[in-house]
Design a binder for this molecule. Structure first.
Ligand SMILES: [Zn+2]
Length: 436
């Protein structure tokens, strides 16, 4: 583990200097689109805005948003790659696809240049996590076509850390590796961090004995949900550092050591806006809205004003770590498309997780929204930990806390030990039947 090092200048720019830097990067990015990138050439022409007339970043709002649906439709119309690429296909060396389980996956490809740009984004994550040369990083993650921790792995080796891949092996084997390799850092999903702790406990072992100092979690919002991060930290005896990114955007934000539960936006490599998702107007600091991102340097496969669907609250006040990059208070609060209305109450999966993870007696859970319209009901199945006591008393307690937190009565049912699914990748604990 490295000591805190001086921050690079780009992470501590004064607001005026940061804005000027972003304006320059936006100009460079936009100038490369017309005539090269078919998708954005058409969008910019349709918007009828002369790029030369824009003062950036102030006038960026005059340019159109990009949605995932548009990109998916573009790939469907011009398969397999679509037209949102700025370079000849022969320049691309990396392939990823989104892990979306709903609808068609989005393919996203990178050149060596754009991949290296993403690696630089991950180096900022490692600086926030105080990870550097001399650390040994273990990745209990299946290295498939999802972006996941691929960039983290490459960035880890470039900062001089020793990177150990943990794909294609059982949890028990991963546990043995952890115990034998003197690992100081682990990168995985919050769910999998908890699952490994459960596997260890079942074998009478403890992750606290492994010597891991930092668990960097990504892929789900749990890293910023207080009850979830507390459980991970207690099980591992390590600090949780949350990270958030999107395949089509890149490694966007990270937690610093000094401000637990918040995510710094990497504002040197992304221009970030927060908008009201209904009116599409910008909202100020401290107001809940949807995060919109423009990548500044992923030249081969850029996104312009991309609507992430992530609901956030932004704060630009100074952080104790010295970074001037804005923070997302409480991390990613919700996904716009995850919200379900149950009998007049808006229900978000993260709100349920925040309640259930606060019960150490519950090892796993699953929520199901059944039926549609006015008949919708919320059912939460909980799996008690071994020795958790009377399961019906536990179910009643969880039900009461859910009612207080959500303003909604949920049917809490007890599941048999081992009956609920465990997840390594993005957990699907929130099931919506007959979504309309
Ligand atoms: Zn900070």
């Amino acid at each position: 583990m490295t000591a805190t090092e001086a921050l690079p200048a780009e992470e501590a720019l004064e607001p005026a200097a940061l804005s000027s830097f972003q304006g320059q990067k936006l100009r460079e990015m936009l100038q490369k689109l017309p005539g090269r990138n078919g998708f954005y050439t058409r969008k910019l022409e349709a918007a009828g805005v002369a790029l030369a007339d824009l003062t950036l970043p102030r006038d960026l709002h005059r340019l159109p948003f990009t949605t995932k649906a548009e990109l998916v439709a573009d790939q469907a119309a011009a398969p397999p790659w679509g037209t949102a690429l700025s370079e000849p296909l022969s320049h691309y060396t990396r392939y990823c696809q989104t892990s979306s389980t709903t609808g068609r996956p989005l393919r996203w490809i990178d050149t060596n240049q754009s991949w290296q740009w993403m690696i630089e984004c991950w180096k900022a994550v490692y600086r926030g996590a105080r990870v550097g040369a001399g650390d040994r990083i273990f990745f209990p993650f299946s290295f498939g076509p999802f972006l996941g921790f691929w960039v983290a792995f490459d960035a880890g080796s470039q900062i001089g850390a020793h990177c150990v891949p943990g794909g294609g092996m059982s949890s028990a084997i991963r546990l043995s590796l952890l115990e034998s390799l003197d690992v100081s850092v682990v990168c995985c999903t919050p769910t999998y961090a908890l699952h490994l702790a459960e596997v260890a406990a079942a074998e009478g072992r403890s992750l606290r004995d492994c010597g891991v100092k930092v668990v960097i979690v990504a892929g789900e919002p749990g890293g910023s949900i207080e009850a979830t991060r507390r459980r991970i930290q207690e099980a591992w005896g390590a600090r949780v550092i949350d990270h958030h990114g999107l395949t089509e955007v890149g490694p966007l934000s990270f937690e610093c050591w000094e401000a637990p539960g918040h995510l710094h936006l990497n504002e040197s490599r992304f221009y970030c806006e927060v908008i009201d998702p209904a009116t599409l107007s910008p909202v100020g600091d401290g107001v809940r809205g949807e995060l919109v991102v423009t990548s500044l340097g992923r030249d081969a496969s850029p996104v312009l004003r991309y609507r992430t669907g992530d609901i956030v609250v932004r704060r630009s006040t100074p952080c104790a770590c010295g970074r001037t990059w804005a923070r997302l208070e409480g991390g990613i609060l919700a996904r716009a498309d995850d919200m379900v209305n149950v009998r007049g109450v808006n229900v978000y999966p993260a709100a349920i997780e925040a309640v259930v993870r606060d019960f150490p007696e519950v090892v796993e859970f699953r929520s199901t929204v059944a039926a549609a319209g006015a008949l919708r009901t919320l059912r939460v199945e909980i799996e008690p930990a071994p020795g958790a006591g009377d399961p019906l008393t536990l179910a009643a307690a969880v039900g009461q806390r859910l009612r207080e937190a959500l303003g909604l009565t949920a049917a809490v049912q007890v599941a048999e030990a081992g009956n609920l699914p465990r997840f390594e990748m993005k957990a699907r604990r929130f099931v919506v039947e007959n979504r309309d």
